[in-house]
Write a protein that binds this ligand. Structure first.
Ligand SMILES: Cc1cc2nc3c(=O)[nH]c(=O)nc-3n(C[C@H](O)[C@H](O)[C@H](O)COP(=O)(O)OP(=O)(O)OC[C@H]3O[C@@H](n4cnc5c(N)ncnc54)[C@H](O)[C@@H]3O)c2cc1C
Length: 445
């Protein structure tokens, strides 16, 4: 297809946020009588699901200490539930099992979920947690964990398949998706609004641009002439810290080649996705040596997958600049090191006896990918500062699960206010209105 020379809404990026925004914006335009999907073009430099959304582990959970993140998840899970078949969503539940330092965090997450109607069960006390896990997995053996939260509405979705499901919904509303179109720059008018978007296939005149480029966001940010530093103010109005705008983390993931049918619950069902953090000694399956320092916190997550099981462990900080392309499994730099394989497989065996020796089933193929985190590690969902017609969805690597962000962005583009997106405004840094930080060891906690 030749690119149109003009489009009302140009969405850059065909990952979860670009596709969901396109789909929902088309519905909003129709409902308001202001247009249709034909006013929307999604462009991607590579393909649908070519970015983080296509390699994500696909975990959909509401296990967030920050109330605002929980609100995003409520609207998102409603959408996952609306058509599980199209989105390849498996509502098998999600269990987090954590040690004492996170007890209070888990209670506040549970209480918020109860208020919001998000079905979940809280179990506290070391023996009770152990017994509960044994009820699900008779060979559960991890001790020293004092809180458990079981989210029944959570689960996982198959990454690329889910993206094609959203793309189908957008296209059914008349949205066009063009791949092989790389955005290279912007043309501004005197009021600093973008009038044209320059691509490798020519310029497109636009009224409104939505940036949803995942880990490539710093590149577009620079094209928009925005600073790579940000001042963060405390609630007292004084400068708290001046920070780099973006930080890259490498998310490490692995796959075990096991028969998925062997990894089921005691009653033969698809097991909930599980995640646990522990301070117990982690003994290497490979060397028999202890992998963590005494009392050192470590954690893993794990889910059943099409060809076995998939999961991950702690990410690696790459600093403030990173070579993002070639992305994901396509890149030779993504072959995970043995340390990850050892921690992750030994962690699985630590928790569930059937994984004893599972390092031998580890699939040594490139895996994982880079995430681009904001200055406070929470998303920015807002108009680009000083650029009136460019909306940026920078999810700080929280986002495969956040299929509902596009619905809220579409409402904002229609001139409505979204209470759900408001806590993620860019101005929060200048206002000192940051999100509370939990005791989780992960940068996304
Ligand atoms: C290994 C890994 C595991 C993860 N696991 C989970 C998980 O289990 N659950 C969860 O909720 N989140 C997870 N995440 C995070 C999640 O994948 C991302 O937050 C989310 O997918 C980002 O979606 P996006 O639409 O913003 O970007 P992406 O999915 O990255 O899509 C951006 C698109 O923009 C295109 N693009 C980039 N630059 C340009 C340009 N200049 N012109 C045109 N197109 C461009 C790219 O080709 C890409 O297709 C994981 C991330 C990683 C890396």
């Amino acid at each position: 297809m030749t690119l149109p020379s003009k489009i009302k809404y140009l969405i850059i990026g065909a990952g979860v946020h670009g596709l969901s925004t396109g789909w929902h914006l088309a519905k909003e335009l129709k409902a308001c009588g202001k247009g249709s999907g034909e006013d929307i073009l999604i462009v991607d430099k590579t393909a649908v699901a070519a970015g983080a959304s296509g390699i994500a582990c696909g975990v959909v959970r509401n296990f967030y200490y920050q109330p605002a993140m929980g609100d995003v998840m409520n609207v998102s899970v409603d959408i996952w539930e609306s058509d599980p078949e199209a989105f390849h969503f498996h509502q098998c539940g999600y269990i987090a099992v954590v040690p004492e330092t996170q007890d209070d965090d888990v209670v506040s997450i549970y209480e918020r979920q109860q208020k919001g109607g998000y079905d979940s069960t809280l179990v506290q006390g070391e023996q009770k947690v152990f017994d509960y896990m044994r009820h699900i997995f008779p060979d559960w053996r991890a001790r020293g964990l004092t809180s458990l939260l079981y989210e029944r509405r959570s689960g996982f979705a198959f990454n690329s398949a889910a993206m094609f499901g959203i793309a189908d919904k957008a296209e059914a509303e008349g949205v066009k998706i063009e791949t092989g179109v790389q955005v290279k720059g912007f043309v501004f008018d005197a009021a600093n609004a973008v009038t044209k978007v320059a691509t490798n296939r020519g310029e497109i005149e636009v009224e409104q641009v939505i940036v949803a480029v995942g880990p490539w966001v710093a590149q577009i940010w620079e094209m928009l002439g925005l600073s790579d530093k940000i001042d963060i103010l405390g609630q007292d109005g004084r400068l708290h810290t001046s920070q780099e705008m973006w930080t890259y983390w490498r998310l490490l993931e692995g796959t075990l080649r096991i028969d998925p049918k062997e990894y089921v619950t005691a009653d033969g069902k698809t097991p909930p996705v599980f995640h646990f953090d522990s301070r117990e000694p982690l003994i290497s399956l490979q060397s028999g040596k202890q992998l963590n320092e005494d009392d050192g916190l470590w954690g893993i997550y794990w889910k059943q997958d099409q060809h076995g099981g998939q999961g991950g462990a702690a990410p690696e900080n790459l600093g403030h600049t990173a070579q993002v392309d070639p992305y994901g499994a396509a890149s030779p730099t993504y072959v995970v090191g043995n340390r990850f394989v050892d921690v992750w497989t030994s962690g699985l065996a630590h928790a569930i006896e059937r994984f004893e020796g599972c390092h031998l089933a580890y699939d040594h193929v490139p895996s994982g990918g880079i995430g681009c985190f904001t200055a406070d590690s929470f998303p920015i969902f807002d108009y680009a500062p000083g650029v009136a017609n460019v909306y940026v969805v920078a999810d700080s690597n929280h986002g495969f699960k956040m299929i509902g962000v596009g619905k809220e962005v579409a409402r904002v583009l229609m001139g409505e206010r979204s209470a759900i997106l408001h806590p993620f405004r860019y101005a929060r840094f200048a206002e000192g209105d940051l999100h509370p930080v939990s005791n989780s060891p992960y940068p996304w906690g």
